[in-house]
Design a binder for this molecule. Structure first.
Ligand code: PPY
Length: 302
């Protein structure tokens, strides 16, 4: 295995910026989330950084699906960075000449209003990534006039900035995760998150409520829950869930035991330190000491 990290590239993607915020070491770009995670599974890289959630668009489906698509992977850490977009074109292109815009779907969604107002006649086409779009626009014979991407990508591929901060929701952030092969769970920091995927039974009413109850009755707060189709039949869903806490917190451990009892399948995708280092508020009756005390009391009953 090469002791390097992979990332969703090419150079200049927001994912690349997220990676650069944690290391200056050599890293390998992959053209898709799937290729980056496949390289982790194949042992070609020691881990990979991929986008997972955006404050405007929600979950990144490719990542949520690929994380559970093959041999077990685990999230080792998260990175949250602000995302600001610009419109970049080959030198000489004016804003009113822009007819064809190329960008990643999440970028298009976050700049939809600005594009519709400022370049109303432009057609927006989805690219594999924002930096890939910039690289394509840089080709002299490209059929695309401009790319929506990060400023670093515009500069990297020799494009001119036609506009900056074109996002419809200023202050948007994207969350990225560093993923490795599943192994021992890192120790608790006191400010951790746990990611898992729970499959819902479809044979009776209230199955989703039963999943949520496992957390609620143990005082475990969720920071994200999203449904994803299981890809088997119409109407069959699983839930991708982030919980506040670590596998070795008693309340999380017991919630996972509860899920295991009621769900046909549960994937554990890792416990890792939160990017914001915020410690969860543990309600009365839900601390480790209170769980231990309760268990000791039951044992003492005979
Ligand atoms: O295409 C990129 O640059 C990515 O890293 C994916 C992405 C796209 C838009 C917002 C955040 C991340």
């Amino acid at each position: 295995m090469r002791p390097v990290l992979g990332y969703f590239g090419p150079a200049g993607t927001f994912t690349h910026q997220a990676l650069r915020s944690i290391t200056d070491d050599e890293a390998i770009a992959f053209a898709s989330v799937r290729e980056a995670l496949d390289a982790v599974r194949a042992g070609e890289v020691r881990g990979a950084v991929v986008p997972i959630e955006n404050s405007v668009e929600g979950g990144v489906s490719a990542t949520l699906d690929e994380l559970i698509a093959g041999s077990p992977l685990a999230i080792r850490g998260e990175i949250v960075i602000p995302v600001e977009f610009g419109l970049y074109a080959r030198p000489g292109t004016e804003l009113d000449e822009v007819r064809q815009v190329l960008t990643h779907g999440h970028a298009a969604a976050q700049c939809r209003e600005w594009l519709a107002t400022t370049v109303p006649s432009a057609q927006v086409t989805e690219a594999g990534s924002t930096a890939g779009a910039a690289a394509e626009v840089a080709r002299p014979d490209s059929r695309y006039d401009a790319a929506v991407c990060a400023r670093v990508a515009g500069q990297l591929y020799g494009l001119d900035e036609l506009a900056y901060q074109i996002e419809d929701n200023p202050g948007a952030v994207t969350r990225f995760v560093e993923v490795g092969v599943a192994g021992p769970v890192p120790p608790r920091t006191g400010a951790d998150k746990t990611t898992l995927v729970a499959y819902m039974r479809v044979d009776h009413a209230g199955a989703l409520l039963e999943i949520l109850e496992q957390f609620a009755v143990r005082g475990v707060n969720l920071s994200r829950i999203e449904s994803r189709p299981t890809k088997t039949t119409l109407g069959s869903y699983c839930f991708s869930i982030d919980v506040e806490g670590h596998l070795h917190d008693k309340r999380v451990e017991e919630a996972l035991e509860g899920l295991h009892r009621i769900c046909p399948t549960v994937h554990f995708l890792g416990s890792y330190p939160r990017a914001d280092r915020a410690r969860p508020v543990v309600g009365h009756g839900f601390s480790d000491a209170e769980f231990d005390d309760a268990a000791a009391w039951v044992r003492s009953l005979g």
